[in-house]
Design a binder for this molecule. Structure first.
Ligand SMILES: Cc1cc2nc3c(=O)[nH]c(=O)nc-3n(C[C@H](O)[C@H](O)[C@H](O)COP(=O)(O)OP(=O)(O)OC[C@H]3O[C@@H](n4cnc5c(N)ncnc54)[C@H](O)[C@@H]3O)c2cc1C
Length: 397
């Protein structure tokens, strides 16, 4: 294989292009917009920049945020100090940085809309708004709204969240996350360079209802929409039953990022998985593992082993987390209370935010810390006289 066409030049497509062009393949990226302000928080976790340090070590404008405030109506507020900050980019800047890296590695970047792909012998004929092109192999990276039905994840309504919001003038030092009763999703306020991104994501609720919830929240917080710009987009959030049959590769193609449904179903984090899946796709394509079919199987196995199995587990937890109940209250309310009152629980939350705590080991860690967290909670509620001084759980930080 000599030539690869990359359909879509967002984070996933641009990073795949950089990796493959660096290895000496002839790579063309087709994107209808190139760098653009895609509706997105633009937040990158420690997990992303610790594995790909160029995501923080660069001169591109960005915000480093060290504090998140979690809130839920009957759970109050909890401030979470982030030992490893969240890095927030404008998507225009992030996309441009990634496309420039791809170009420097030798990839050709074309501003064109991909209209169709048809088989031509063992390769592909591509029909774009700029004309026809051919390639030996295709990487599908056109995001959640991939218009080509025959390649990439087949997103059903149960596999997506609606995400919408406003870019509004303003500034603050912290990230705000608000959970609401009955909402399988959350509201966020992300500080970005020069403005705030205030948005909501939710599953199984019409966009109009989500918008109403968000506008009510903004009114309560005194955030004006007057000079704001509205945005909306689709966020993949695969149902637990959809992961096993997820179509991430097929004859002559691999899908990466949102086009492969690779987004954390609980947090909506997709940037890391876009870059990581692009990295794994490039590794599989370049690997000495036999024929093309073997490379496709290798990609599926790499994804599963690296993070897809954990995201599938996250999908099992998502509904229980957002709309479930525990200790006579909503899970999200209890989570906020525990974060506020228990230093041990707060540490677990910090690790979840940074991406250091996989979902698979979460239950075990929570149980291991349960005694200690309940002890913290009791003490913070003023039960010092009725709770024994030393709890056995305290030995288990
Ligand atoms: C409101 C919102 C907030 C989010 N916040 C965060 C966050 O804070 N942190 C985080 O990690 N993730 C976040 N995400 C998820 C994140 O935006 C995505 O997971 C990420 O952008 C996926 O990258 P991608 O390259 O796969 O797709 P995209 O970024 O969508 O890129 C796809 C590219 O394909 C191009 N394209 C599409 N169709 C065609 C075509 N026919 N021809 C040519 N080009 C085409 C587009 O122009 C685009 O550049 C958020 C998502 C939403 C909707």
């Amino acid at each position: 294989m000599k030539s690869v066409a990359i359909l879509g030049g967002g984070p996933a497509g641009a990073f795949a292009a950089e990796q493959l062009a660096s290895a000496g393949l002839r790579v063309v990226v087709f994107d209808e917009k190139l760098a653009w302000e895609k509706p997105c928080g633009g937040g990158l976790t420690y997990k992303a920049y610790s594995q790909y340090p160029f995501l923080i070590e660069n001169s591109t404008p960005k915000r480093l945020v060290h504090e998140t405030v979690l809130s839920a109506p009957r759970g109050g507020e909890a401030t979470l100090k982030l030992t490893d900050p969240m890095v927030i980019y404008s998507r225009f800047d992030l996309n441009r940085m990634l496309l420039e890296r791809a170009e420097r590695a030798g990839a050709q970047i074309e501003k064109a809309r991909v209209l169709k792909m048809t088989r031509q012998g063992a390769g592909w004929q591509l029909h774009t708004s700029g004309g026809a092109a051919s390639a030996d192999f295709c990487i599908v990276a056109m995001g959640a709204r991939n218009p080509l039905r025959e390649v990439g994840t087949e997103l059903k309504p149960r596999d997506t969240m609606t995400a919408l919001g406003y870019y509004v003038p303003g500034d603050q030092e912290r990230i705000d996350l608000q959970f609401l009763p009955g909402l399988e999703g959350y509201i966020w306020i992300f500080p970005r360079c020069g403005h705030l991104s205030v948005g909501i994501c939710g599953k199984g609720e019409p966009a109009a209802a989500l918008r109403q919830r968000l506008e009510r929240f903004m009114m309560e917080r005194g955030i004006s929409r007057k000079d704001g710009t509205f945005y909306s987009h689709l966020l993949p959030s695969l149902d637990s039953g959809s992961w096993q049959a997820n179509r991430v590769a097929g004859d002559g193609w691999m899908a990466v990022g949102d086009s492969a449904g690779l987004v954390d179903p609980l947090t909506g984090e997709g940037l890391y998985y876009a870059i990581r899946s692009a990295d794994l796709a490039a590794r599989a394509l370049l690997a000495e593992v036999g024929d093309l079919a073997a490379k496709l199987a290798h990609y599926r196995a790499l994804l599963r082993h690296d993070f897809a199995a954990d995201l599938e587990f996250g999908a099992h937890l998502a509904k229980r987390f957002f709309v479930g109940r525990i200790l006579c209250g909503a899970v999200t309310e209890r989570m906020v209370e525990f974060t506020r009152r228990s230093p041990r629980f707060s540490l677990i939350m910090q690790d979840l935010f940074a991406g250091r705590q996989p979902y698979a080991g979460l239950k075990r860690r929570l149980l291991r810390n349960l005694n200690g967290s309940l002890y913290d909670l009791g003490m913070s509620l003023g039960f010092a006289r009725v709770v024994p001084r030393k709890s056995p759980g305290c030995q288990n930080p």
